[in-house]
Design a protein around this ligand. Sequence first.
Ligand SMILES: *[C@@H]1O[C@H](CO)[C@@H](O)[C@H](O)[C@H]1NC(C)=O
Length: 232
Amino acid sequence: MELKLWTLFYFLLLVFGIPEVQSADSQWFIDVPSKIPALQGSCVIIPCVYTYPKTKKILNRWKGFWKRGNTIVSTNLPKFKLNSEFKRRTRILGSLRGGSCTMQLSSVRSTDVGPFYFRIEIPQHKSFTFSENTVTIDVLRTPEPPTMSVEVLGKVVASCTVSHSCPTSPPRFYWSHSGIKKTSSKRLNKWMWTTVSTLTFVPLSSDFNQALNCTVMYRGKKTAQSSVVLFS
Ligand SMILES: *[C@@H]1O[C@H](CO)[C@@H](O)[C@H](O)[C@H]1NC(C)=O
């Protein structure tokens, strides 16, 4: 009789899944990229969303920690003393209460590769370390040269495009020719942005067969340059 009950129980488990008490435990979830490229000296924003098991308890405290090994890299706790390596360089941008654990790392160093992972503590509920979902930063020492295009139809309309990981301090553009400049940024994916500068001017005949240069200066002062030759 006892054995039959257990068999029935396992059968029900197979058909209807794990009972409520346990399924609540399986709701820890996080979405982070495993690898993000970032330019040394610039910043990087690690996009992060997470969920925790449902509860009927009233929750009003969330303590978030980004870690590398045993080192705490960033936290939302205002009084927490970060070690000098990360002090004043990191910030949790997301609302932990709202399920966002997005973190910004500034003045990226060659040693900032990680792997980084997130831990959440909800004192009135539960805590969890997402140690399996690590984020590595691919620290680039030199920026890629910008992509340029130019159109000459009475006016010269040139554009200079870069992608980067630091929307809070986008790169600055310097053109070798004067004209009307416009800059715009948009998001490429969860962790990369693109910024385009366009330069418009009416060319003189002396401008033709000359190089038009675009220099990009990133946060942290690294530069990259590209040029195009103006053909009539
Ligand atoms: C454009 O760049 C080239 C190569 O770096 C340089 O030789 C040239 O002087 C630059 N032209 C201007 C107008 O700045």
